[in-house]
Design a protein around this ligand. Structure first.
Ligand code: ZN
Length: 228
């Protein structure tokens, strides 16, 4: 919550998209205790606004237009769609801009496909190195891995086939999240269930795994029911 003191008559409370940040504009004459009480008395309203926003966020389809927020490696970028007469390309010219160059008249779905292909390539570059790093640590081998679009899972595995599937959405998350999900799936090769032994293995191999999990489930891609 952000509190801003201003030369105004009345206390003003607002909940902002996209993530429900609360901002209170407070008249100079009102003390902290009065601000606290005012906010508490409006908590119900604040929660309702935040719920509405998070609901919208989950449901809204991306339009793939300039100005939208898109994520890569846990960082938020402002999408800049530029029309050019050459094959489509995605670039990050700086820390805040994601440029999507497409041919004039490219449809929304095609623009999304271009971005998804870019995400997929970026993940493909990271995964072999991570597998090579963790195979000797965990003492298992991965026979096959794939990047999939999955609705409710960050990753999944087939223990008998020594196969790991990773969610394309992981490209939007901090790098540690991809590593955590991969290790989680590889540890399933040793223990199928999320039991005490599984947690002990995770604690030994990746002591910070709970932190990574928390990051993974944090906005903007927080789905309460995601499994892996
Ligand atoms: Zn699991």
């Amino acid at each position: 919550m952000e509190i801003v003191r201003k030369d105004i008559k009345n206390l003003h409370l607002a909940v902002y998209p996209p993530n429900g940040r609360v901002r209170v504009a407070v008249p100079l004459r009102i003390d902290d205790e009065a601000v606290r009480l005012a906010v508490i008395s409006r908590l119900g309203w604040i929660r309702r606004q935040q719920n509405r926003l998070s609901h919208q966020d989950r449901q809204s389809e991306r339009e793939m237009i300039t100005g939208e927020s898109h994520y890569y490696l846990g960082r938020r970028y402002r999408l800049d769609v530029i029309e050019h007469d050459a094959p489509p390309i995605v670039t990050l010219p700086n820390n805040t801009t994601m440029e999507l160059r497409v041919r004039p008249g490219t449809s929304r779905d095609k623009r999304e496909t271009v971005l998804h292909q870019w995400y997929r390539r970026r993940l493909r570059e990271q995964i072999p190195e991570l597998i090579a790093k963790w195979e000797p640590e965990i003492g298992v081998t991965v026979a096959e891995w794939r990047i999939k679009k999955m609705k409710t899972r960050w990753g999944t595995c087939n223990v008998d086939a020594r196969r790991v599937w990773l969610n394309l959405e992981l490209a939007k998350k901090p790098a540690s999240c991809l590593e955590y999900v991969l290790v989680h799936e590889m540890v399933h090769f040793l223990e199928r269930h999320h039991n005490e032994r599984f947690r002990e293995l995770m604690d030994r191999l990746m002591p910070q795994w709970r932190l990574h999990r928390e990051k993974l489930n944090r906005w903007p891609l927080s789905h309460e029911n995601w499994k892996y």
